[in-house]
Design a protein around this ligand. Structure first.
Ligand SMILES: [Fe+2]
Ligand SMILES: [Fe+2]
Length: 401
């Protein structure tokens, strides 16, 4: 039985009352900060219903209103696999206009099938382009506050070698944090980063295999970092920006599990020259990685540099949104940068001019046995996953605090 077939034996996830209440309360009051008289669009998978219904109750009792769409992942997959290409270029104008009249947009994913599946390369490219165009219409920072989350699923737990109950515990711990403290510590970090010029990430430099060392240098002069806790992704947290477009140089190696359109890619080595991937190696998923890099010209560029700061996420998780938030981690995104000019009301410079229909995050840990550092203008600011400045203590992973 293939992995995908094994995953087809599905179970419906159950969430406890305490979990439902905590997540719904955070989403309405702390992530989206819904106000009386506003409209909120809810887009969700059927297995997310229990949490979405609680979210809706809270929104309605505030005197705000809801519009909603329950998704059907299997039908969507079927459409992308079988439909004539001309239809697939169409955006759903009526859905977009419903979303655009809302003040907030919440996407709650809990896919009952595997998160995507293999399409031929033409369809795969078209799907990237269409979802990018759709996303751009939904994410207008000045008009719509947007938040997204992936709830735990049995498939994800299985991929990470945990029982569903264990996975839910990991997820819940990652949600149950003092976000104000984290925000304030990130402000201190961001002040340093914004005044810096050069950022270097080093890990496993003594590894005898040069393709298993990370030594990545980038210019961040003129760029600024965004302070992300739970306003846009739940749970948080990270500080992110982008390097200047042609500046990233060196090697990147991350042992781990990554997914491109549902295909597993393991243990990624990337070589960067003048800001672009010029060589790569993976231990499995070569074809998927090649497909990703060949999506368009901008897919080989770096669109984001992010530093994960969630102190409770210490387990080996592979869900992209959780992985990139881990304390003692950093991620680069291949592809497009964020084009927004304000982040939660603050002016930011996140756009380095790159263009791609791809935005794909690959995370790397900075607390492995091989040793690691983050250097800002030559000075270490993090050593072996621990921040040098004591004021950033709250961002250290729990087992290293
Ligand atoms: Fe990020
Ligand atoms: Fe990203």
């Amino acid at each position: 039985m293939s992995t995908l077939e094994a995953m087809a034996v599905l179970k419906i996830p159950h969430f406890e009352e305490g979990f439902i209440e905590k997540v719904a309360d955070d989403l309405v009051h702390r992530s989206l900060k819904v106000q009386k008289g506003e409209r909120v669009f809810l887009s969700y998978d059927p297995d997310a219903r229990a949490i979405v219904h609680r979210v809706a109750e809270k929104i309605l009792s505030l005197g705000a209103f809801i519009d909603y769409q329950q998704r059907d992942g299997q039908l969507e997959n079927l459409k992308w696999a079988k439909a004539e290409l001309r239809f697939l270029k169409e955006l759903d104008a009526s859905l977009l206009s419903r979303i655009q009249r809302c003040d907030c947009y919440l996407s709650v994913s809990c896919p009952s099938e595997y998160k995507g599946f293999k399409l031929d390369s033409r369809r795969s490219r078209l799907s990237s382009l269409t979802s990018k165009a759709q996303r751009e219409q939904i994410v207008d920072e000045d008009r719509t506050r947007r938040c997204g989350l992936y709830l735990p699923t049995y498939q994800q737990a299985e991929l990470d070698n945990m029982s569903f109950e264990e996975y839910k515990k990991v997820y819940f711990k990652a949600c149950d944090l003092d976000w104000i403290k984290i925000h304030n510590a990130q402000e201190i970090l961001i002040e340093k980063l914004d005044s810096g010029k050069e950022l270097v990430f080093e890990a496993d430099l003594q590894n005898p295999d040069p393709k298993k060392r990370t030594n990545l240098k980038m210019c961040i002069e003129g760029m600024t970092f965004a302070n992300s806790t739970i306003a846009k992704n739940y749970p948080g947290s990270e500080a992110f920006s982008a390097p200047t477009l042609d500046s990233t140089e060196g090697t990147y190696y991350s042992p781990g599990r990554f997914f491109w359109k549902g295909q597993l890619i393991r243990d990624i080595y990337l070589k960067f020259e003048k800001g672009r991937v010029t060589d790569f190696m993976v231990s499995s998923g070569h074809e998927a990685m090649q497909d990703l890099l060949d999506t368009d010209f901008g897919a080989r560029a770096v669109g984001e540099i992010g530093i994960g700061t969630n102190p409770e996420l210490i387990e080996d998780v592979s869900d992209g949104l959780l992985f990139e938030k881990k304390g003692a981690s950093f991620h680069v995104a291949l592809g497009s940068p964020y084009s927004i000019e304000t982040y939660l009301g603050k002016a930011v410079k996140l756009d380095n001019g790159g263009e791609s229909s791809v935005h794909w995050d690959v995370t790397n840990m900075l607390n492995r046995a091989g040793g690691s550092r983050i250097l800002l203008d030559g000075e270490p600011i993090q050593i072996n996953g621990r921040w040098v400045d004591d004021r950033l203590f709250v961002l250290n992973p729990r087992n290293q605090a």
